[in-house]
Design a protein around this ligand. Structure first.
Ligand SMILES: [Zn+2]
Length: 293
């Protein structure tokens, strides 16, 4: 249980499901997309839609879709993963409004099946990602089931919020100019890409460390103080999505020169630093010496 059962999460107007045609492409900043690209076949994730190079038949309904039903209270968010992801944006937007001047919320699309985006296809096989030109976070919550089944992660409620918070972090990076200042310069253990990803982990940790501060219109905090077990679970998720762990699972060996997101230790470490010390330390992944990343 992560949300306060009594919290009013009905004020979330942006939630909707995306559903539509499958179009191949790339360009989003995914937390976990790399899993699908590297480890997908081994782990049994179906990449046909991604690798086939085009639309895969009948789904021509444009992105848009329907409101998530029965997503009114924190209790609904605790019980329904779609509602949980949708409701988390209330707490995320509140947090970032407090910390970024002129904050502009991203759009959140809860993907149901697959949907085409300016950054390529969104689906559970691709994993959650942020699409900069659309300023949109795409998440198919069934991805969390894949994390459990394919990667052995428990992927509990707080771990799911860590992932949403990470994608929100990319929106902050895009809208505050960090992405422009640290453009893609290839892979590797101290590449800009890894630094950006580790900062997004730090941002997620910073938010979770203060996530009880955002309240509904009646003053009820949206979220409850996380338990030790929930924090451990979120750290486990960060461990699972480390490049070394993914490489080890997919090929049996680790090649830091192809790192895109950082090692398991780094991802857990920056999440934990953000959680413990707050946003003040989250500029550090951008500038830290390679040995201190
Ligand atoms: Zn990311």
């Amino acid at each position: 249980m992560t949300f306060n059962p009594d919290a009013d999460v009905s004020g979330n107007t942006a939630r909707r499901r995306g559903r539509g045609a499958v179009v191949a492409g790339a360009g989003g900043v995914g937390l976990l997309g790399i899993i699908a690209l590297i480890a997908g076949p081994l782990l049994g994730i179906d990449l046909t839609g991604l690798l086939g190079g085009g639309a895969t038949g009948g789904g021509t309904e444009p992105a848009g879709g329907s409101v998530i039903e029965d997503c009114l209270t924190g209790e609904d968010a605790n019980e329904n993963v779609d509602c949980r992801v949708a409701a988390s944006q209330l707490a995320l937007d509140g947090y970032w409004e407090d910390h970024v001047e002129g904050y502009r919320p991203p759009q959140l699309i809860i993907v149901d099946g697959a949907t085409s985006t300016a950054c390529g296809t969104a689906s559970n096989a691709v994993g959650p990602f942020y699409c900069p030109p659309e300023e949109t976070v795409y998440i198919d919550p069934t991805f969390f089931d894949l994390m459990q089944q394919q990667f052995g992660a428990s992927a509990g409620d707080l771990a799911q919020l860590y992932i949403v918070g990470h994608e929100w972090g990319h929106h902050i990076q895009y809208t505050t100019g960090v992405m422009d200042a640290y453009p893609n310069n290839g892979t590797g253990p101290d590449s800009n890409g890894v630094r950006i990803e580790l900062q997004a982990d730090c941002y997620a940790g910073a938010w979770i460390g203060q996530m009880t501060e955002e309240k509904d219109p009646d003053g009820v905090p949206y979220l409850q103080e996380p338990t030790e077990a929930e924090i451990t679970d979120a750290l486990n998720a960060a461990n699972t999505v480390g490049d070394d762990n993914i490489q080890e699972q997919s090929s049996g060996s680790v090649n830091p020169e192809s790192f895109t997101h950082g090692s398991s230790d780094q991802r857990q470490g920056w999440f934990a630093s953000g959680y413990k010390y707050g946003l003040d330390v989250c500029a550090d992944p951008l500038t830290a010496a390679p040995g201190e990343l």
